[in-house]
Design a protein around this ligand. Structure first.
Ligand code: BV8
Length: 313
Protein backbone atom coordinates (compact mmCIF):
# COMPACT_ATOMS: atom_id res chain seq x y z
CA UNK A 1 0.00 0.00 0.00
CA UNK A 2 1.75 3.24 -1.04
CA UNK A 3 2.04 5.75 1.84
CA UNK A 4 -0.53 8.52 1.48
CA UNK A 5 1.31 11.54 0.04
CA UNK A 6 1.49 14.40 2.57
CA UNK A 7 -0.64 17.30 1.22
CA UNK A 8 1.46 20.26 0.04
CA UNK A 9 -0.77 22.45 2.20
CA UNK A 10 -2.78 21.29 5.25
CA UNK A 11 -6.42 20.96 4.09
CA UNK A 12 -7.89 23.25 6.75
CA UNK A 13 -5.45 26.10 5.97
CA UNK A 14 -6.01 25.63 2.25
CA UNK A 15 -9.80 25.73 2.66
CA UNK A 16 -9.83 28.85 4.85
CA UNK A 17 -7.32 30.62 2.59
CA UNK A 18 -9.04 29.81 -0.71
CA UNK A 19 -12.41 30.83 0.72
CA UNK A 20 -10.92 34.17 1.82
CA UNK A 21 -9.04 34.60 -1.48
CA UNK A 22 -12.28 34.22 -3.41
CA UNK A 23 -13.64 37.36 -1.70
CA UNK A 24 -10.45 39.39 -2.18
CA UNK A 25 -10.25 42.28 -4.60
CA UNK A 26 -6.99 44.20 -3.88
CA UNK A 27 -4.07 41.89 -3.33
CA UNK A 28 -0.32 42.63 -3.13
CA UNK A 29 2.51 40.06 -3.19
CA UNK A 30 6.07 40.68 -1.93
CA UNK A 31 8.58 38.26 -3.49
CA UNK A 32 12.10 37.36 -2.34
CA UNK A 33 14.87 35.07 -3.51
CA UNK A 34 13.07 32.01 -2.10
CA UNK A 35 10.54 31.99 -4.95
CA UNK A 36 13.40 31.39 -7.39
CA UNK A 37 15.12 28.74 -5.26
CA UNK A 38 13.30 25.87 -6.95
CA UNK A 39 14.38 27.36 -10.29
CA UNK A 40 17.90 26.57 -9.07
CA UNK A 41 18.99 30.08 -8.12
CA UNK A 42 20.79 30.50 -4.79
CA UNK A 43 19.14 32.83 -2.29
CA UNK A 44 21.04 35.66 -0.64
CA UNK A 45 21.26 33.76 2.60
CA UNK A 46 21.49 30.37 0.92
CA UNK A 47 24.92 28.77 1.43
CA UNK A 48 25.55 31.50 3.98
CA UNK A 49 24.88 34.13 1.32
CA UNK A 50 28.38 33.56 0.06
CA UNK A 51 29.77 34.00 -3.36
CA UNK A 52 33.38 32.80 -3.64
CA UNK A 53 33.83 33.44 0.10
CA UNK A 54 32.41 36.97 -0.26
CA UNK A 55 29.23 37.89 1.60
CA UNK A 56 26.77 38.63 -1.23
CA UNK A 57 25.40 41.70 0.53
CA UNK A 58 28.91 43.17 0.82
CA UNK A 59 29.32 42.97 -2.96
CA UNK A 60 25.92 44.60 -3.62
CA UNK A 61 27.16 48.08 -2.71
CA UNK A 62 28.49 51.14 -4.58
CA UNK A 63 31.57 51.04 -2.36
CA UNK A 64 32.42 47.47 -3.43
CA UNK A 65 32.07 48.47 -7.09
CA UNK A 66 34.21 51.54 -6.55
CA UNK A 67 36.89 49.46 -4.87
CA UNK A 68 36.93 46.46 -7.20
CA UNK A 69 34.63 46.76 -10.22
CA UNK A 70 36.14 43.61 -11.72
CA UNK A 71 35.17 41.47 -8.73
CA UNK A 72 31.66 42.96 -8.51
CA UNK A 73 31.17 42.49 -12.25
CA UNK A 74 32.21 38.84 -11.88
CA UNK A 75 29.59 38.44 -9.13
CA UNK A 76 26.89 39.92 -11.35
CA UNK A 77 28.09 38.18 -14.49
CA UNK A 78 27.83 34.86 -12.63
CA UNK A 79 24.29 35.69 -11.45
CA UNK A 80 23.26 36.84 -14.94
CA UNK A 81 24.56 33.55 -16.33
CA UNK A 82 22.78 31.50 -13.65
CA UNK A 83 19.51 33.40 -14.13
CA UNK A 84 19.66 32.88 -17.90
CA UNK A 85 20.20 29.13 -17.35
CA UNK A 86 17.21 28.99 -14.99
CA UNK A 87 13.52 28.79 -15.90
CA UNK A 88 10.55 30.36 -14.13
CA UNK A 89 8.81 27.83 -11.87
CA UNK A 90 5.13 27.21 -11.21
CA UNK A 91 5.03 29.90 -8.53
CA UNK A 92 6.11 32.58 -11.03
CA UNK A 93 3.47 31.37 -13.48
CA UNK A 94 0.74 31.18 -10.82
CA UNK A 95 1.32 34.82 -9.84
CA UNK A 96 1.30 35.89 -13.50
CA UNK A 97 -2.00 34.04 -13.93
CA UNK A 98 -3.47 35.73 -10.84
CA UNK A 99 -2.47 39.11 -12.28
CA UNK A 100 -4.24 38.30 -15.54
CA UNK A 101 -7.36 37.23 -13.61
CA UNK A 102 -7.36 40.24 -11.28
CA UNK A 103 -6.20 43.68 -12.42
CA UNK A 104 -6.26 44.76 -8.75
CA UNK A 105 -3.40 42.41 -7.93
CA UNK A 106 0.20 43.69 -7.95
CA UNK A 107 3.51 41.93 -7.39
CA UNK A 108 6.43 43.68 -5.67
CA UNK A 109 9.57 41.73 -6.49
CA UNK A 110 12.87 42.17 -4.66
CA UNK A 111 14.38 39.75 -7.14
CA UNK A 112 16.57 40.90 -10.03
CA UNK A 113 16.64 37.52 -11.83
CA UNK A 114 14.03 38.30 -14.49
CA UNK A 115 12.02 35.13 -13.84
CA UNK A 116 8.69 36.86 -13.14
CA UNK A 117 9.03 38.72 -16.44
CA UNK A 118 9.86 35.47 -18.27
CA UNK A 119 6.71 33.92 -16.74
CA UNK A 120 4.82 36.64 -18.67
CA UNK A 121 3.68 38.43 -15.54
CA UNK A 122 1.72 41.47 -16.83
CA UNK A 123 4.36 44.22 -16.61
CA UNK A 124 1.94 46.92 -15.39
CA UNK A 125 1.26 44.79 -12.32
CA UNK A 126 4.92 43.85 -11.65
CA UNK A 127 7.09 46.30 -9.70
CA UNK A 128 10.83 45.53 -9.64
CA UNK A 129 11.85 47.17 -6.38
CA UNK A 130 15.56 46.42 -6.78
CA UNK A 131 16.02 46.63 -10.54
CA UNK A 132 17.22 43.90 -12.84
CA UNK A 133 20.44 42.00 -13.59
CA UNK A 134 19.69 42.66 -17.26
CA UNK A 135 19.57 46.45 -17.01
CA UNK A 136 22.85 48.32 -17.35
CA UNK A 137 23.68 51.95 -16.66
CA UNK A 138 26.60 54.36 -16.84
CA UNK A 139 28.40 55.24 -13.63
CA UNK A 140 29.52 58.64 -14.90
CA UNK A 141 27.75 61.38 -12.93
CA UNK A 142 27.02 63.41 -16.09
CA UNK A 143 25.82 60.55 -18.25
CA UNK A 144 22.29 59.20 -18.35
CA UNK A 145 23.02 56.16 -20.51
CA UNK A 146 20.94 53.10 -19.57
CA UNK A 147 20.15 49.90 -21.43
CA UNK A 148 17.38 47.44 -20.56
CA UNK A 149 16.96 43.74 -21.29
CA UNK A 150 20.56 43.15 -22.23
CA UNK A 151 20.80 39.35 -22.10
CA UNK A 152 24.30 39.13 -23.59
CA UNK A 153 26.18 36.45 -21.67
CA UNK A 154 28.89 37.25 -20.80
CA UNK A 155 28.38 40.91 -21.32
CA UNK A 156 32.03 41.41 -22.34
CA UNK A 157 34.64 38.77 -23.30
CA UNK A 158 36.72 39.56 -20.20
CA UNK A 159 33.85 38.25 -18.07
CA UNK A 160 33.85 34.90 -19.82
CA UNK A 161 35.59 33.51 -16.77
CA UNK A 162 35.53 29.79 -17.64
CA UNK A 163 37.15 30.62 -20.99
CA UNK A 164 39.74 32.86 -19.35
CA UNK A 165 40.69 30.15 -16.93
CA UNK A 166 40.75 27.49 -19.64
CA UNK A 167 43.07 29.78 -21.62
CA UNK A 168 45.48 29.94 -18.72
CA UNK A 169 48.33 27.71 -19.81
CA UNK A 170 49.96 26.13 -16.74
CA UNK A 171 53.71 26.77 -16.94
CA UNK A 172 56.61 26.27 -14.49
CA UNK A 173 56.80 30.00 -13.77
CA UNK A 174 53.13 30.88 -13.90
CA UNK A 175 51.90 29.45 -10.60
CA UNK A 176 48.49 30.98 -11.17
CA UNK A 177 48.11 29.09 -14.42
CA UNK A 178 49.11 25.80 -12.87
CA UNK A 179 46.99 26.44 -9.81
CA UNK A 180 44.09 27.44 -12.03
CA UNK A 181 44.44 24.36 -14.18
CA UNK A 182 44.63 22.13 -11.09
CA UNK A 183 41.59 23.63 -9.41
CA UNK A 184 39.86 23.82 -12.78
CA UNK A 185 39.62 20.04 -12.71
CA UNK A 186 38.10 20.17 -9.25
CA UNK A 187 35.83 23.08 -10.03
CA UNK A 188 34.37 21.76 -13.27
CA UNK A 189 31.37 19.71 -12.20
CA UNK A 190 30.08 16.62 -13.98
CA UNK A 191 28.10 18.83 -16.32
CA UNK A 192 31.38 20.35 -17.39
CA UNK A 193 30.14 23.75 -16.25
CA UNK A 194 32.82 25.60 -14.35
CA UNK A 195 31.40 26.66 -11.00
CA UNK A 196 33.06 30.05 -10.71
CA UNK A 197 31.27 30.58 -7.44
CA UNK A 198 33.67 28.00 -6.08
CA UNK A 199 36.15 29.93 -3.99
CA UNK A 200 38.91 27.52 -5.02
CA UNK A 201 38.79 28.73 -8.56
CA UNK A 202 41.34 31.49 -8.95
CA UNK A 203 40.12 34.11 -11.35
CA UNK A 204 42.55 36.41 -13.10
CA UNK A 205 42.20 40.11 -12.37
CA UNK A 206 40.23 41.99 -14.98
CA UNK A 207 41.60 45.28 -16.25
CA UNK A 208 39.10 48.14 -15.93
CA UNK A 209 39.34 48.85 -19.67
CA UNK A 210 38.11 45.30 -20.33
CA UNK A 211 34.95 45.86 -18.27
CA UNK A 212 31.72 47.17 -19.91
CA UNK A 213 32.31 50.74 -21.07
CA UNK A 214 29.68 53.40 -21.75
CA UNK A 215 29.12 53.76 -25.51
CA UNK A 216 27.60 57.22 -25.02
CA UNK A 217 29.99 59.26 -22.89
CA UNK A 218 32.92 56.94 -23.67
CA UNK A 219 34.28 57.67 -20.19
CA UNK A 220 32.17 55.90 -17.62
CA UNK A 221 32.18 52.27 -16.63
CA UNK A 222 28.80 50.56 -17.05
CA UNK A 223 27.31 48.90 -13.94
CA UNK A 224 24.46 46.46 -13.33
CA UNK A 225 21.06 48.21 -13.21
CA UNK A 226 20.24 46.95 -9.72
CA UNK A 227 19.62 48.90 -6.50
CA UNK A 228 22.60 48.42 -4.20
CA UNK A 229 22.53 48.71 -0.43
CA UNK A 230 22.61 52.38 0.49
CA UNK A 231 20.96 53.38 -2.81
CA UNK A 232 17.42 54.67 -3.11
CA UNK A 233 14.84 52.48 -4.80
CA UNK A 234 13.55 53.85 -8.12
CA UNK A 235 11.37 56.83 -7.21
CA UNK A 236 8.75 56.06 -9.89
CA UNK A 237 8.38 52.54 -8.56
CA UNK A 238 8.09 53.61 -4.93
CA UNK A 239 5.50 56.27 -5.81
CA UNK A 240 3.44 53.80 -7.86
CA UNK A 241 3.49 51.22 -5.06
CA UNK A 242 2.71 53.74 -2.32
CA UNK A 243 -0.14 55.25 -4.35
CA UNK A 244 -1.59 51.78 -5.04
CA UNK A 245 -1.52 50.90 -1.33
CA UNK A 246 -2.96 54.28 -0.31
CA UNK A 247 -5.77 54.03 -2.90
CA UNK A 248 -7.99 51.95 -0.71
CA UNK A 249 -8.32 48.90 1.44
CA UNK A 250 -5.94 46.03 0.75
CA UNK A 251 -7.51 42.63 1.31
CA UNK A 252 -4.45 40.36 1.22
CA UNK A 253 -0.66 40.58 1.31
CA UNK A 254 1.20 37.50 0.08
CA UNK A 255 4.80 37.28 1.37
CA UNK A 256 6.65 34.68 -0.66
CA UNK A 257 10.21 33.39 -0.18
CA UNK A 258 11.67 36.34 1.61
CA UNK A 259 13.45 36.86 4.90
CA UNK A 260 11.78 40.30 4.83
CA UNK A 261 14.81 41.95 6.37
CA UNK A 262 15.60 44.47 3.63
CA UNK A 263 13.92 47.86 3.73
CA UNK A 264 12.02 49.75 2.48
CA UNK A 265 10.77 46.65 0.55
CA UNK A 266 9.87 44.69 3.69
CA UNK A 267 8.03 47.76 5.00
CA UNK A 268 5.29 47.33 2.39
CA UNK A 269 3.87 44.42 4.38
CA UNK A 270 3.11 46.70 7.34
CA UNK A 271 1.70 49.34 4.96
CA UNK A 272 -0.66 46.76 3.46
CA UNK A 273 -1.70 45.73 6.98
CA UNK A 274 -2.49 49.37 7.80
CA UNK A 275 -4.95 49.20 4.89
CA UNK A 276 -6.65 46.16 6.38
CA UNK A 277 -4.72 43.34 4.73
CA UNK A 278 -4.45 39.86 6.15
CA UNK A 279 -1.02 38.31 5.51
CA UNK A 280 -0.26 34.90 3.99
CA UNK A 281 3.39 33.84 4.18
CA UNK A 282 5.00 31.11 2.11
CA UNK A 283 8.46 30.19 3.31
CA UNK A 284 10.64 27.12 3.72
CA UNK A 285 11.65 28.36 7.16
CA UNK A 286 8.73 28.56 9.63
CA UNK A 287 10.68 31.18 11.58
CA UNK A 288 10.94 33.62 8.69
CA UNK A 289 7.90 35.79 9.23
CA UNK A 290 7.60 39.48 8.27
CA UNK A 291 7.21 40.62 11.88
CA UNK A 292 4.61 39.04 14.19
CA UNK A 293 1.75 37.21 12.50
CA UNK A 294 -1.76 38.39 13.43
CA UNK A 295 -4.92 36.45 14.17
CA UNK A 296 -6.32 35.25 10.85
CA UNK A 297 -2.97 35.30 8.98
CA UNK A 298 -1.68 32.17 7.26
CA UNK A 299 1.81 30.62 7.23
CA UNK A 300 2.38 27.98 4.56
CA UNK A 301 5.65 26.15 5.21
CA UNK A 302 7.26 24.68 2.11
CA UNK A 303 8.78 25.28 -1.29
CA UNK A 304 7.15 28.24 -2.99
CA UNK A 305 7.42 26.35 -6.30
CA UNK A 306 4.91 23.84 -4.89
CA UNK A 307 2.88 25.83 -2.35
CA UNK A 308 2.08 28.97 -4.38
CA UNK A 309 0.44 27.20 -7.34
CA UNK A 310 -1.50 25.08 -4.82
CA UNK A 311 -2.93 28.00 -2.81
CA UNK A 312 -3.66 30.17 -5.86
CA UNK A 313 -5.28 27.56 -8.06
C1 BV8 B 1 17.77 52.44 1.02
C2 BV8 B 1 19.57 44.14 -5.48
C3 BV8 B 1 17.98 54.75 1.45
C4 BV8 B 1 21.04 43.88 -5.60
C5 BV8 B 1 19.08 44.22 -3.08
C6 BV8 B 1 15.14 51.12 7.00
C7 BV8 B 1 14.58 51.88 5.97
C8 BV8 B 1 15.28 52.08 4.78
C9 BV8 B 1 16.54 51.49 4.61
C10 BV8 B 1 17.08 50.73 5.62
C11 BV8 B 1 16.39 50.53 6.81
N1 BV8 B 1 17.16 49.75 7.60
C12 BV8 B 1 18.30 49.43 6.95
C13 BV8 B 1 18.29 50.03 5.75
C14 BV8 B 1 19.36 49.94 4.78
C15 BV8 B 1 19.21 48.76 3.84
C16 BV8 B 1 18.68 47.51 4.50
O1 BV8 B 1 17.49 47.22 4.44
N2 BV8 B 1 19.58 46.76 5.09
C17 BV8 B 1 19.20 45.50 5.69
C18 BV8 B 1 20.32 44.50 5.45
C19 BV8 B 1 18.92 45.74 7.16
N3 BV8 B 1 18.34 49.14 2.75
C20 BV8 B 1 18.88 49.75 1.71
O2 BV8 B 1 20.05 50.05 1.62
C21 BV8 B 1 17.94 50.12 0.56
N4 BV8 B 1 18.17 51.47 0.22
O3 BV8 B 1 17.13 52.29 1.97
O4 BV8 B 1 18.24 53.64 0.61
C22 BV8 B 1 18.22 55.94 0.64
C23 BV8 B 1 17.19 56.84 0.47
C24 BV8 B 1 17.43 58.01 -0.26
C25 BV8 B 1 18.67 58.22 -0.85
C26 BV8 B 1 19.69 57.27 -0.70
C27 BV8 B 1 19.48 56.12 0.06
C28 BV8 B 1 18.25 49.31 -0.67
C29 BV8 B 1 18.07 47.87 -0.43
C30 BV8 B 1 18.18 47.10 -1.76
C31 BV8 B 1 19.45 46.28 -1.79
N5 BV8 B 1 19.48 45.46 -3.02
N6 BV8 B 1 19.04 43.55 -4.23
C32 BV8 B 1 21.34 42.43 -5.82
O5 BV8 B 1 20.42 41.60 -5.89
O6 BV8 B 1 22.53 42.11 -5.94
S1 BV8 B 1 18.56 43.47 -1.69
C33 BV8 B 1 18.69 41.80 -1.90
O7 BV8 B 1 18.75 41.24 -0.62
C34 BV8 B 1 17.49 41.18 -2.53
O8 BV8 B 1 16.96 41.96 -3.55
C35 BV8 B 1 16.55 41.02 -1.38
O9 BV8 B 1 15.82 42.18 -1.18
C36 BV8 B 1 17.49 40.86 -0.23
C37 BV8 B 1 17.58 39.41 0.18
O10 BV8 B 1 16.36 39.11 0.73
P1 BV8 B 1 15.54 37.84 0.26
O11 BV8 B 1 15.14 38.00 -1.15
O12 BV8 B 1 14.51 37.65 1.27
O13 BV8 B 1 16.58 36.66 0.28
P2 BV8 B 1 17.14 35.90 1.55
O14 BV8 B 1 18.21 35.00 1.05
O15 BV8 B 1 17.44 36.88 2.62
O16 BV8 B 1 15.90 35.03 2.06
C38 BV8 B 1 15.39 34.01 1.24
C39 BV8 B 1 14.14 33.54 1.94
O17 BV8 B 1 13.55 32.51 1.16
C40 BV8 B 1 14.40 32.94 3.32
O18 BV8 B 1 13.38 33.36 4.20
C41 BV8 B 1 14.30 31.43 3.07
O19 BV8 B 1 13.82 30.74 4.20
C42 BV8 B 1 13.25 31.40 1.97
N7 BV8 B 1 13.34 30.25 1.07
C43 BV8 B 1 14.46 29.62 0.62
N8 BV8 B 1 14.09 28.66 -0.26
C44 BV8 B 1 12.74 28.72 -0.38
C45 BV8 B 1 12.25 29.75 0.46
N9 BV8 B 1 10.94 30.05 0.58
C46 BV8 B 1 10.08 29.34 -0.18
N10 BV8 B 1 10.47 28.34 -1.02
C47 BV8 B 1 11.78 28.00 -1.14
N11 BV8 B 1 12.15 27.00 -1.96
Amino acid sequence: MSPIAKPIVPAADLLSFTQYLRGCRRIVALLGAGISASSGLPTFRGAGGLWRSHDATSLATPEAFEEDPGLVWQFYSYRRHMALQADPNKAHYALAELARRNENFITLSQNVDGLSQRANHPSKQLHLLHGSLFDIKCTSFYCDYTRSNDFTDPIVPALDIPKRIADLKPSSTDKTGEEAAKTLGQAIGTNNELDISDSNVPIPDIKEEDLPQCPKCKEGLLRPGVVWFGEALPEKTMTAVENWIAEGPVDLCLVIGTSAKVYPAAGYVAKAREQGALVAVCNMDPNDTPGKLHEGDWFFTGDAGLVVPEILK
